[in-house]
Design a binder for this molecule. Structure first.
Ligand SMILES: O=C(O)CCC(=O)C(=O)O
Length: 258
């Protein structure tokens, strides 16, 4: 299903800290995921405390329910998702990029509603993490809509995965998002627009961000995060399950804020 040559995406992931993966979902499969996604957004599938506003620093949203809607663990809330193709395909990509011991750490949905105009702050996922001896991790960001600069496609800083974790601070608003000093003018910063069904993968130290959505359409992303089975066990031993078992605001860690 993927259209990106394997060697080139593995090389880019290790050289640049991120890589487009190519197509992970066909147009018909994208339709199936969008339909489920919209049931989460309209509340038909109740996400309870796994739903929050990643953009709460921007204040009370006007019009939309959240500034940036984040739903942790969609596959636990709606296990039918595990019978669809994305989890197996993304797992294969994660293993190709970072090793055969990669397994799913957590998944999440991040939607930017039309005209919600709220950027996701610059950050490195590793700034959220508990201390782990093996920092291999792959985050696979799958576009379910055309993902463009104007609706909030991902930006990455090429080569930043090889640099220290920057000081991060709460982005404000009590939503749990963190931010660091960085901007679109950072050397190596580049947007990665995607077509529906395409994805981009990044590592734990790679600086990334997205602009707000200033368009008439949604920007729906399905994000799957992988690390080694042994490190996931260490995380879980420290009570870190990315909100699977408890209040997501209290334990948010690793991912956009996952
Ligand atoms: O979707 C976004 O705007 C941010 C996603 C993100 O930070 C991540 O997947 O780590």
């Amino acid at each position: 299903m993927t259209t990106q040559p394997r060697n080139s995406r593995r090389l880019a992931f290790h050289t640049d800290g991120y890589t487009p993966t190519g197509l992970l979902l066909s147009p018909d499969e994208v339709k199936v995921y969008r339909a489920i996604y919209d049931r989460f957004l309209n509340g038909e599938i109740d996400a309870g405390d796994k739903r929050s506003d990643l953009g709460s620093a921007a204040g009370v949203p006007s019009g939309a329910t959240e500034n940036i809607t984040q739903i942790m663990w969609p596959s636990a809330l709606h296990p039918e998702l595990l019978d669809l193709p994305l989890h197996q395909r993304a797992l294969a990509v994660a293993r190709e990029l970072a090793g055969d011991d990669m397994v799913l750490d957590f998944d999440m949905l991040i939607d930017k509603a039309p005209h919600s105009n709220t950027p996701t702050p610059w950050h490195q996922d590793a700034a959220y993490w508990v201390d782990l001896p093996d920092t291999r991790a792959v985050s696979i960001w799958v576009a379910l809509d055309p993902s463009t600069i104007d609706n909030g496609c991902m930006w990455y800083v090429r080569g930043s995965h090889g640099t220290p974790i920057r000081p991060h601070r709460p982005a404000g608003g009590g939503g749990g998002a963190i931010e660091c000093d960085c901007s679109e003018n950072e050397p190596g910063a580049a947007p990665v627009p995607l077509n529906p069904g395409e994805a981009a993968a990044h590592g734990g130290a790679t600086l990334h961000y997205s602009r707000g959505n200033s368009t008439d359409g949604h920007r729906r992303a399905y994000i799957l995060n992988y690390r080694s089975a042994a490190m996931i066990q260490l995380e879980r031993d420290q009570g870190m399950d990315h909100g699977l078992s408890s209040n997501v605001r209290a334990v948010r860690n690793g991912g956009a804020s996952g």
